[in-house]
Design a protein around this ligand. Structure first.
Ligand SMILES: Nc1nc2c(ncn2[C@@H]2O[C@H](COP(=O)(O)OP(=O)(O)OP(=O)(O)O)[C@@H](O)[C@H]2O)c(=O)[nH]1
Ligand SMILES: [Mg+2]
Length: 443
């Protein structure tokens, strides 16, 4: 048992068809039964009855008993599916609390599922990722992780390392008798493991983009139509647009879904030298945003020739990942097109050229085919794999330098521990607390 019997509202608070109050723990059945009119005898069966609080009927509802361990948390669980009004749902929860349950903390149901071995840590994190997912790709990647794709990979790597460790332990026994140990097989195995970890690490960039989106910075000189473009893509007036140069001062962040890719659009201040100290700060922020961008949308005003500012910005983004947008293409074009691999004529006013731009973005960032593979979407996983790999490399150098077997075994042990942080086989309370602190109550 992991402590008290807990209860919380598992659905978002608001007016809807139904809300679910979930109760989990050793006393879940007693508590659930004490507030429900019909017997909850059979596991996994919905029963229609009345929810009561101190013998007063609160609502008509469906209740379901999930007998341990066949429940989300692995404990006895009772779910009450009541009518979805804010007040009635709170009253059902209050009835469960009055009957002896304690309020669940953020993520406590999923945390218990992890502690009871129903899911591992990577799978628990996937639950959080599904809740926050904004695109089909990010949901598919998270479901893949929830189904255990990453966990299986981690566990097979761990098995491989353990295999090498037992082989080395066997060698320890006769290491005094021979001058040189037959390390070839060990080296080959460790190199293979390291390659596999590197393959996983190589997927982390794609994984970050699938989960968190492509950081896309709109840059250009003042008045070229950056904010107009942002508003047109977002489909609402998020940024102020005027014909005065230097309208935008701060960086504005708007996430959009373009052909199933999450794109985090950043509108920035037009870059030019300015005497206005506020505008100058904006310009500095624009330049800083360029440095952190995955993709730069360089906007130029097609209705005029390039000015010195434009040329300076073109130099600034040279060599980076740029799509050049010739805006105001609804007007007569006077611009000499600059030399970029990808130049697209658009009009923020009419929407012309957007299709072509969106196709280009989908071509570059649509990861639909990738999400069926094992990919790393979490920074925490990336760090743990990097550490695991550095211990493997260390072990390989130790072998080459003919260091004692104990040292090599130590490296392998550290590497296994680092991998264990991903699925939770070897994890500190602090890491667990951090992960579940990001969950909401009721999950
Ligand atoms: N004809 C035409 N006008 C446009 C287009 N896009 C923007 N404009 C006009 O250009 C002017 C400047 O637009 P903004 O979107 O504020 O330009 P900006 O690049 O954000 O400017 P700053 O914030 O000052 O750097 C406004 O008067 C817009 O209506 C377009 O595609 N066609
Ligand atoms: Mg602007």
């Amino acid at each position: 048992m992991i402590g008290d019997t807990i209860a919380a509202i598992a659905t978002p608070l608001g007016t809807g068809g139904i809300s679910i109050v979930r109760i989990s723990g050793d006393n879940a059945l007693d508590i659930g039964q004490s507030i429900f009119s019909k017997p909850l005898v059979k596991s996994h069966q919905m029963v229609l009855g009345k929810v009561k609080s101190r013998d007063k009927i609160i609502d008509e509802a469906l209740a379901c008993y999930f007998k341990a361990p066949r429940s989300y948390t692995g404990e006895d669980v009772v779910e009450i599916h009541c009518h979805g009004g804010i007040v009635v749902t709170r009253m059902v929860l209050d009835a469960a609390l009055a009957a002896g349950a304690v309020p669940a903390k953020a993520g406590e149901f999923t945390r218990r599922a992890f502690l009871n071995g129903k899911i591992d840590l990577a799978q628990a994190e996937a639950v959080g990722d599904i809740l926050c997912a904004t695109t089909g790709d990010s949901i598919r990647a998270a479901v893949n992780q929830l189904e255990g794709a990453l966990s299986k990979k981690i566990s097979s790597l761990r098995e491989e390392i353990l295999g090498v460790s037992s082989h080395l332990l066997a060698m320890l026994d006769f290491s005094d008798e021979v001058d040189e140990l037959p390390y070839d097989e060990t080296k080959a195995k460790l190199s293979y493991i390291s390659d596999e970890i590197e393959k996983l690490l190589a997927s982390a960039d794609d994984g970050r983009i699938i989960k968190d989106g492509v950081n896309t910075v709109i840059v250009g000189a003042p008045n070229v139509g950056k904010s107009s473009f942002l508003n047109a893509v977002a489909g609402e007036d998020r940024a102020i647009v005027t014909d005065i140069e230097g309208t935008t001062r701060d960086v504005l962040d708007v996430p959009v879904n373009i052909r199933g890719c999450r794109i985090n659009l950043y509108d920035t201040a037009g870059i030019r030298k300015s005497d206005d100290p506020i505008e100058q700060i904006g310009v500095e922020r624009s330049v800083a945003a360029i440095e952190k961008a995955d993709l730069i949308l360089l906007v130029l005003d097609g209705s005029r020739e390039l000015k010195s500012y434009d040329k300076e910005i073109i130099r600034l983004v040279q060599g980076k990942n740029v799509i050049c947008l010739i805006n105001k293409s609804d007007l007569e074009l006077k611009i000499t097109k600059p030399d970029f691999d990808c130049v697209i004529n658009i009009s923020a006013k009419s929407g012309m050229g957007f299709d072509k731009l969106f196709d280009e973005i989908a071509k570059r960032y649509g990861k639909g085919d990738l999400v069926s593979e094992v990919i790393i979407t979490g920074e925490r996983h990336k760090q743990a794999l990097t550490r695991a790999n550095s211990f493997i490399s260390h072990a390989l150098s130790a072998i080459s330098a003919n260091h004692p077997i104990d040292m090599i075994l130590g490296d392998l042990e550290h590497s296994i521990r680092a991998l264990g942080e991903i699925d939770g086989m070897t994890v500190t309370d602090e890491i667990i607390d951090n992960i579940f602190a990001n969950f909401c109550v009721g999950k």
